[in-house]
Write a protein that binds this ligand. Structure first.
Ligand code: SF4
Ligand code: SF4
Length: 89
């Protein structure tokens, strides 16, 4: 496989991985009383991150608590959200 084909495959795999997300918002605190301040909900009721491309790193909850946003894969295999599309036992 040449480099172009490899990069294309990587892009497709990443898109497929991202597409699995149900946008339930659980990993961003949607079901609790102190979600991330960057969390938004669209007209269909699904959640999204308002700073997705630059989300990794220091963030705050709506009450002002600091935390670190990390890629969802870093939370595996101990994902605390059992309904998460990426949850694995
Ligand atoms: S910054 Fe991180 S925790 Fe906050 S809404 Fe975006 S993805 Fe979720
Ligand atoms: S908990 Fe899982 S399925 Fe729900 S928004 Fe987060 S990554 Fe997506």
């Amino acid at each position: 496989m040449d480099q172009t084909a490899y990069l294309q495959k990587q892009k497709e795999e990443e898109a497929g991985y991202e597409a699995r997300c149900k946008r339930c918002g659980a990993c961003c605190g949607a079901s609790g009383d102190d979600p991330c301040v960057r969390l938004r909900k669209d007209n269909s009721g699904k959640y999204f991150c308002s700073v997705y491309d630059t989300r990794i790193g220091k963030q705050f909850t709506i009450s002002g608590k600091e935390f670190s946003c990390v890629p969802i894969r870093y939370l595996r295999p101990q994902l605390p959200f059992k309904d998460c599309a990426y949850y694995k036992k």
